[in-house]
Design a protein around this ligand. Structure first.
Ligand code: GDP
Ligand code: MG
Length: 369
């Protein structure tokens, strides 16, 4: 099991074994120089001396499939992934709904769309994937977890209201993430709509419209009247062309969770946005601290599929627990490997939390003295 000899720990920390024993004593633990410490004790002790301890002997890199660099000829164009942001009530949800229903109405049979956290829209000029959770929270949570999922931000600004607090926030989040912005000036049907004012105010934030000599794309839309939507989609694709988005579809899949939940009948389900490679039914995977095996997969229309490639939102069944938005989803060799990696991540996570706790205890202890 995980134990370490007291002398070895002292040696690794570059302090005398006697000092460790004294520290243990002050913590109420009697120890001798020949003793072995269990991992949790070593962890607490190390934290006291402001060290971090990591369990040795396991590196997930030994188990994950090798990450080989893609050859240029293996990279294929992929659809852009778009997040909608903007001030409350400026029409984010309405715009998402309008785009979805327009595309469903003109599209395939069985237009009952399920809410899976993302959907894709087919236009004559190409596909676009929309993340279905408007708002800054999802965006920043994902980014904080190291998941770069979004290629383009559509910034919704109500033409009758102009730039507001959350508009500014959205601009700064997007800029910080290095994600280009396409502006959708919404509510153009309303009396008092003043798109030039929106342009002026956004110019002040560094988003200069193209027709004023800048490079920010503006579209005029009405989510309510469903006007200007085709043009908006075209402009998004135009922006995507500039980005030259590509991925290798021909290797084990990797992606991120955009939404997850516990379904009464089906157990944990998660929507994965695949970023490279393929996910196929039967694949074993690890996702954050959870492992699993792809038992069933569905597209954004709720149709069962056997396999999916880059930028396709896919709902997956077969998680051993509920993953979190932003978790990375990686195909591994088999279920045994998946469990091993997930278990190791859980242990390491717990260790970190413990170390944090013991630091906090020590700090508050000193503070109250
Ligand atoms: P969100 O908070 O940004 O998601 O905004 P919503 O989509 O919930 O819209 C807020 C309100 O604005 C709702 O009452 C919508 O019906 C209304 N709304 C949204 N888009 C338009 C539009 O293009 N024109 C008009 N007149 N109203 C709109
Ligand atoms: Mg909304």
């Amino acid at each position: 099991d995980d134990t370490i000899r007291l002398t070895d720990l002292a040696h690794q920390m570059g302090i005398k074994a006697q000092d460790l024993i004294k520290k243990l004593f002050s913590l109420g633990v009697m120890a001798t120089i020949n003793q072995s410490l269990d991992f949790d004790t070593a962890l607490l002790l190390a934290a006291e001396f402001k060290y971090e301890v990591e369990r040795a002997g396991f590196s997930e890199d030994d188990f994950l499939l090798p990450k080989e660099a893609d050859k240029a000829e293996d990279l294929k164009p992929r659809p852009p992934v778009v997040t909608i942001m903007g001030h409350v009530d400026h029409g984010k949800t309405s715009l998402l709904d309008a785009i979805r229903s327009t595309s469903v109405a003109s599209g395939e049979a069985g237009g009952i769309t399920q809410h899976i956290g993302a959907y894709h829209v087919a236009t004559s000029r190409g596909e676009i994937v929309f993340l279905d959770t408007p708002g800054h929270e999802a965006f920043t949570t994902m980014r904080a977890r190291g998941a770069k999922v979004t290629d383009i931000v559509v910034l919704v600004v109500a033409a009758d209201d102009g730039v507001m607090e959350q508009t500014k926030e959205a601009v700064s989040h997007s800029k910080a993430a290095g994600v280009p912005i396409v502006v959708a000036v919404n509510k153009m049907d309303k009396e008092g709509a003043d798109p030039d004012r929106v342009k002026r105010e956004l110019s002040d934030l560094g988003l200069m419209p193209e027709d004023w000599g800048g490079d920010t794309i503006f579209a005029h839309v009405s989510a309510k009247k469903r006007e200007g939507l085709d043009e908006l989609l075209e402009l998004i694709l135009l922006q995507a062309e500039v980005l030259d988005l590509k991925a290798n579809p021909d290797k084990p899949g990797r992606g991120h969770i955009v939404e997850a939940k516990l379904d009464k009948g089906r157990g944990p389900v998660g929507t994965v946005l695949i970023q490279e490679g393929q996910i196929t039914q039967g694949d074993a995977f690890v996702c954050g601290m959870i492992s699993g095996k792809v038992r069933a997969m569905f597209d954004d229309q709720g149709r069962q599929i056997k396999t999916a490639g880059p930028a396709i939102p896919t709902e997956i069944q077969g998680f051993e627990g509920i993953p979190e938005a932003g978790d990375e989803f990686v195909i591994v060799k088999d279920e045994k490997v998946a469990r091993k990696i997930a278990e190791d991540r859980r242990v390491k996570h717990r260790d970190k939390e413990l170390a944090k706790e013991s630091k906090v205890t020590l700090e508050s202890f000193l503070a109250t003295k």
